[in-house]
Design a binder for this molecule. Structure first.
Ligand code: FAD
Length: 641
């Protein structure tokens, strides 16, 4: 029996980004003793990097906005593959979540008449993104942290202990969700600085671990995005949904190489930035797909007029959903019309004066000045697609955020699937975190409170988790001699494989090749070894994370191979169109039972894939669309129904 510290909680929230903090606040406010655990320093989660804003149909800048319009935009953006009930709840509840943030102290930018200001973003019909310059995520996290501290102060007054009902374990990683039978019993964790193992015993666990970007070479994501929550859920027996849908944001930095992939916020285009190729042409006018033709300007003049008079003009195609813009940039570069460093030009200097740019886009101004020596108030930026967000994720119940088949396991935020369908609209993540973070916290707390007996820890699972975590210290050398595998080399090859073979444009043969390489990388990762000891040892942490990245990558490649159509973030060169009969199909990935046995040959596929039919969209929600639009998306039998 492994000797380690154990603490008892009602709810454990894994992740302290927007989703995790909102879940923790709700669970604690519902009376659950709640622990939050995060890999990074408290306050340093990925959410901090969010720039452009949070989407909510408050109608402050255009009173035509309401939840129905937001719902429609979200469904169109996701090409109707969204879990429609999530899209409905999200559109209805997002304004309340923003106003609530304000009552907790968030300071949003204001309109001239003192309301929360809202800006334009791709795919949103009206200005909808509440923002704080281009540092919205920072304000969101700051506000949620402040609320957590306020709750801890309340507890101190009542119990003489700040951590009586809400405690944060920072710089600690969860490597396993523990179970008693089917139901959750806690988490196995290690402290990154000391390497100390510990267990948080709890009947309810909320996974809020964010995304998977670090499996790709060019990404806007931070080091934390190694798909941990996705893998934890798979290993605990929950399915992952539609993992083929990975969002490549159209505008990442392409130069210099050390910063390739860092995000250039969509606010640049929302505030009037135009995209040009090396011929100086505004090429997006050539890439408006049929489903969007009626909603976008036909000429530069009309697009330009829209900024001043949106009611009588259509929006410019630079504001098409991200998948469309990313593909267009990719095509221009491939056709030899790219910028010197393999991107295209994004120019905001001709639209706004230098001081307005510095006020509205301060981070972008500094980012380009400091990292690329480019003054965006006077010259164009060079930009190209970067892996940004995963729409696929843990399958959840729309209302409660509960995972199917694993009582006590919940998921919210980027790690959860369904909400965004095949493509997420900008700004819809921050609102998703708050809406579903709150719901996950609420339902996890209610579930824990309703239990008559607490689940019991299984010592065998704890021993197995400890053995697995320590394996890189005793890694075997490959047959024939030589050193054990270097986790950094395996990681680099994984990133290159995913970028080259399962990237923005996909082909059958390449994905098959990727799956074969992933098999090889899995067996190399099983031999990845590290030197030294458990005190802060980044090589060891990476060796542990490799398991997660490889599992998630396998799910992405398998699902992408299976879906023989192009939809949203999934583009198949060999299956170019959107196929109506794929609209009602969800792909579920589950871990094979044999894969849980460490003796199984790691080169063998561990994931099984199944097709599930989606629930029919409720008629009153379908009635929000014109029939002429629905025929572009829905399969014939769905229309008849
Ligand atoms: P995160 O904020 O990433 O939090 C994940 C947490 O989980 C972290 O605390 C991490 O330490 C922890 N964690 C992970 N694994 C483990 C583990 N094994 N054990 C313990 N803890 C773990 N969206 C918008 O809506 N608007 C925007 O303007 C916007 N701008 C963006 C700009 C950039 C540069 C990027 C990269 C993304 C942007 N997004 C934006 C997307 C959005 O920021 C993310 O989708 C969102 O912040 C994810 O939040 P989350 O709470 O799900 O996860």
């Amino acid at each position: 029996m492994t000797q380690l510290e154990r603490e008892q909680w009602d709810v454990v929230v894994v992740g302290a980004g927007g989703a995790g903090l909102r879940a923790a606040i709700e669970a604690r406010e519902r009376g659950a003793r709640t622990a939050v655990i995060c890999k990074s320093l408290f306050g340093k989660a990925h959410t901090v990097m969010a720039e452009g804003g949070i989407a909510a149909s408050m109608g402050n800048v255009n009173s035509g906005d309401n939840w129905q319009v937001h719902f429609r935009d979200t469904m169109r953006g996701g090409k109707f593959l969204n879990q429609w009930r999530m899209a409905e709840l999200h559109a209805q509840e997002a304004p309340d979540r923003v106003w609530e943030l304000e009552t907790w102290g968030a300071l949003f930018d204001r309109t001239a008449d003192g309301k929360i200001s809202q800006r334009n973003f791709g795919g949103h019909e009206y200005p909808r993104l509440a923002h704080v310059g281009d540092r919205t995520g920072l304000e969101l996290i700051r506000t949620l942290q402040q609320k957590i501290v306020a709750l801890q102060q309340e507890d101190f007054r009542e119990f003489g202990d700040y951590e009586a009902r809400l405690k944060v374990f920072q710089e600690c990683t969860v490597t396993s969700v523990l179970k008693e039978g089917e139901r959750v019993s806690g988490t196995f964790c290690y402290e990154r600085e000391s390497g100390r193992f510990f267990v948080l015993e709890a009947p309810a666990v909320v996974l809020a671990t964010g995304g998977i970007g670090k499996s790709f070479k060019v990404t806007s994501n931070s080091w934390e995005y190694t798909g941990d929550g996705h893998a934890l859920a798979l290993l605990a027996g929950a399915p992952l949904l539609n993992m083929e849908f990975v969002q490549f944001h159209p505008t990442g930095m392409v130069w210099p190489p050390s910063v390739k992939g860092i995000l250039v916020t969509e606010s640049v285009r929302g505030d009037g930035g135009v995209l040009r190729n090396s011929d100086g042409k505004r090429f997006m006018f050539d890439y408006i797909p049929d489903v969007f033709k009626e909603k976008y300007a036909e000429s530069e003049a009309e697009g330009d007029r829209w900024y001043e008079d949106p009611d009588n003009n259509r929006r410019p195609p630079e504001l098409l959903p991200r998948d469309e813009v990313a593909r267009a940039i990719n095509s221009e570069v491939k056709a030899g019309r790219g910028s010197p460093h393999g991107g295209v030009f994004l120019d905001v200097s001709t639209r706004m004066t230098a001081d307005v740019i510095q006020r509205r886009l301060p981070s972008m101004y500094h980012q380009f000045k400091e990292l690329a020596d480019v003054d965006i108030t006077a010259e164009a930026m060079e930009v190209g697609p970067t892996c940004h967000y995963v729409m696929g994720g843990i399958a959840v119940d729309s209302d409660s955020a509960a995972t199917p088949g694993v009582p006590g396991l919940y998921a919210a935020g980027e790690v959860a699937g369904g909400m965004h369908g095949s493509n997420r609209l900008g700004g819809n993540s921050l609102s998703d975190l708050l809406v579903f973070g709150r719901r996950a916290g609420l339902h996890a707390a209610e579930y824990a409170a309703a239990l008559t007996t607490r689940p019991v820890l299984d010592e065998g699972q704890i021993d197995a988790a400890a053995t697995e975590a320590l394996r890189p210290f005793g890694a075997e050398a490959p047959e024939g001699g030589g050193a054990p595998e270097n986790p950094y080399s395996v990681h680099q090859e994984l990133q290159q494989t995913m970028n080259d073979l399962v990237g923005i444009i996909r082909r059958e043969g390449e994905m098959e090749q990727a799956l074969q390489r992933l098999g090889e990388l899995r067996s190399r990762a099983a031999r990845a070894g590290v030197e030294g000891h458990r005190q802060f040892n980044p090589g060891w942490h990476l060796a542990i994370d490799l398991r997660n990245m490889l599992l998630v990558s396998e799910c992405i490649a398998l699902s992408a191979l299976e879906r023989t159509e192009s939809r949203g973030g999934h583009t198949r060169e060999d299956w170019p169109g959107m196929a109506l009969d794929w609209r009602p199909v969800n792909l579920h990935c589950r871990l094979n039972d044999s894969a849980r046995d460490p003796a199984t040959d790691p080169t063998l596929a561990r994931i099984s894939l199944s097709r599930k039919t989606t629930e029919p969209i409720r008629p009153d929600l379908l009635a929000l669309f014109e029939k002429e639009e629905l025929v572009k998306y829905l399969a014939e039998e769905e229309l008849h129904e």
